[in-house]
Every structure is written in C-alpha cells, then in structure tokens.
Design a protein around this ligand. Structure first.
Ligand SMILES: Nc1ncnc2c1ncn2[C@@H]1O[C@H](COP(=O)(O)OP(=O)(O)OP(=O)(O)O)[C@@H](O)[C@H]1O
Ligand SMILES: [Mg+2]
Length: 168
C-alpha cells in the first residue's frame, strides 16, 4: 500500500517537473493546415494558442487551419500592422501578431481578448510572455528546409493537455 502511494506521489512530481511536449513534422503547408484543422472537434471558448518561431516558419499558415476549424470562410491575412484581427465563425477568432509591439503591450488591451469567449491566436507570443495566461497551448515552429517544419506543442493546464491527447 505504501509502495503504491509513493508511486502515485512520485509520478505526480514527475509530471510537474517534466514539461509535456509533442513534436510533429509537416512536409508542406497543406499538412500544417490539416494539423490545425484537427482542432475542430476540440475547440472551446477562451482557447489560447501562442505561436513562436522565426519569420516565414508557418504561424499564419497554421492560423488558416484554425480558421477552417472554426468555419471561417474569410481569407486570413497577417495582422502585422493592425496587431489584432477579428473573424466571425462558430466561435470568434482573434488573430494577433505582436511582433511590432517589440515587447510593449501596454494600452493595447490584449488581455481583454483572453476572456471574450473566442479562440485567441498570438503570433510572436513569447515577446509578451508576462501577460499571457498560465493555461494555454504553446507551439514553436522550426524551419528544417524549404517545405519541412517541426512543430513543438507544449500544453499548459489540463484542458490543453486533453486537447493535445485528442488531436495528436
Ligand atoms: N510545412 C510547412 N508549413 C507551413 N508553411 C510552410 C511549410 N512549408 C513551406 N511553407 C511556406 O512557408 C511560409 C510560411 O509563411 P507564414 O506567413 O505562415 O509564416 P509566419 O511564421 O507567419 O511568418 P511571420 O513571422 O512573418 O508572420 C509560406 O510561404 C508557406 O507556403
Ligand atoms: Mg505570420
């Protein structure tokens, strides 16, 4: 009995210490879109997806797949100059690109979008790390070659862990 208790305790600690990570390789932009489309059955209000990775690594392409998953037919374009773009679908999509903020999100009201009931996608999210909710899905994009990308998904919180289990 004591042994089982210890094991349970041990695994709980391990889970706290080890970050869960899922590594996916896509071979073209269609595969990246398809991966994001798989989120369709798992979407929920106030879902936060934070995208990071160098220029041209596929963050906006991934967002197109999420838009498809939300039933949005409008064309998704990069919000680099507007910072935030809103689209209406089964859930609203709030697509942000915070690259131009250079880490200064003061006065923009980004936090208000986290609880508006939509799906929030933030490109270059690491630059505003301090204001991000603790519970979220982080996705890091790495360019391997012209068409190959590695996506590393890290869920924070039970909802996002379940999402990853269901989708990947
Ligand atoms: N496997 C892939 N997944 C996603 N995009 C790919 C892939 N292979 C090639 N590409 C190409 O890479 C480019 C990705 O552009 P995208 O606008 O999504 O990048 P981004 O990460 O949003 O860049 P930025 O930081 O400038 O916003 C597109 O031209 C797309 O066709
Ligand atoms: Mg982009």
């Amino acid at each position: 009995m004591i042994k089982y208790c210890n094991n349970t305790f041990f695994f709980a600690i391990i889970k706290m210490v080890i970050k869960m990570e899922y590594k996916i390789t896509t071979r073209n932009e269609i595969e990246t879109i398809q991966l994001a489309q798989n989120f369709e059955s798992e979407k929920f209000p106030n879902m936060i997806i934070c995208l990071n990775g160098e220029l041209g690594s596929g963050k906006t392409i991934f967002t197109k797949g999420i838009a498809n998953a939300l039933g949005i037919t409008e064309t998704i374009t990069s919000p680099t100059f507007t910072i935030i773009k809103e689209y209406q679908g089964e859930l609203p999509l709030y697509h942000m690109d915070v690259y131009r903020l250079d880490g200064n999100a003061d006065g923009i009201g980004i936090e208000e979008y986290f609880t508006k009931g939509g799906v929030v996608i933030i490109e270059w999210a690491d630059t505003i790390k301090d204001i991000l909710p603790k519970e979220r899905l982080d996705i890091k994009f790495k360019i391997v070659d012209e068409n190959k990308r590695i996506l590393i998904l890290t869920p924070y919180g039970k909802e996002y862990e379940d999402l990853c289990e269901a989708v990947l």
